[in-house]
Ligand binder design. Structure first.
Ligand code: KIV
Length: 258
């Protein structure tokens, strides 16, 4: 059955939500057929598939391109598209226009916006306009140039308090779920227990309502660049290399085509 923002919310307290990134129709199809509930067309496409060092060079046009590909697979999973670098900080009308493109042109069913209380007012207006929004707290990769490095969030009490406040502000603004990235696991558990909407963790421990992983990590495309919290559930990178090597050998040996 098709997952909607409403049915996803209802999973809270029922069973763990399983989410993964997808950037193309093929991956979207396989992931949805395997039972993934939510497909995030993440701006991580920049550093996973497009060869950038981080998510900052990813533009709205790129997000529309990749979201369209995922949506064309017509997956049963909910398709959520990332609002890319600084877009969410533009004037309301411009942010809304970006959300409109991601939904009307690309076929996303919801968007994800990185940011806390400072964006809650704007997020509330976006939700009021009919755009379902998923929040993103803790490590916000779009802030990497300000942060200087990726790190764990919510270890210090003041930061933990702020994160909880941010999560509640996003919930009041009407988000249907919140992603918590690299949040201290005990805090992530408290946030999960406090919020009425699902908290989907990445690198935030097992106490969340669900988990999200980057598909190239979980499929084991680049095992030597794996974040410490992730896990490879397959070795697709090795398998791809084996397939290409077999092809190369067959052609060079005159065994293909027959
Ligand atoms: O872009 C992305 O892949 C994300 C996940 C890390 C949650 O935002």
């Amino acid at each position: 059955m098709k997952t909607t923002t409403l049915s996803l919310r209802k999973l809270k307290g029922q069973r763990p939500i399983v989410a993964a990134t997808a950037y193309d129709a093929l991956t979207a199809r396989y992931a949805a057929e395997a039972g993934v509930d939510l497909l995030l067309v993440g701006d991580s496409v920049g550093n996973t598939l497009l060869g950038f060092a981080n998510t900052i060079p990813v533009t709205l046009d790129m997000m529309v391109h990749h979201t369209s590909a995922v949506a064309r697979a017509r997956p049963e999973a909910l398709v959520v598209a990332d609002v890319p670098f600084v877009e969410a900080h533009f004037e309301f009308k411009q942010v809304l226009a970006s959300c409109q493109r991601l939904m009307q042109v690309a076929g996303a069913e919801a968007v994800k916006i990185e940011g806390g209380s400072g964006l809650a007012g704007k997020i509330g207006r976006i939700v009021d306009a009919g755009v379902p929004v998923m929040g993103h707290l803790g490590l916000q990769p779009q802030q990497v140039q300000v942060l200087g490095r990726y790190r764990r969030f919510g270890v210090k009490p003041a930061e933990a308090e702020q994160l909880l406040e941010d999560a509640l502000a996003l919930e009041r603004a009407g988000v249907f779920a919140v992603v918590a990235e690299m949040v201290e696991p005990n805090l992530a558990r408290t946030m999960t227990e406090t919020l009425k909407v699902p908290l989907i963790g990445i690198g935030s421990g097992p106490g969340c309502d669900g988990q999200i992983l980057v598909s190239t990590d979980l499929l084991g495309f680049v095992p030597d660049a794996m974040p410490s919290f992730a896990h490879a559930f397959a070795a697709v990178g090795d398998e791809m290399k084996r397939g290409f090597a077999a092809y190369v050998m067959a052609v060079r040996a005159g065994k293909f085509p027959k």
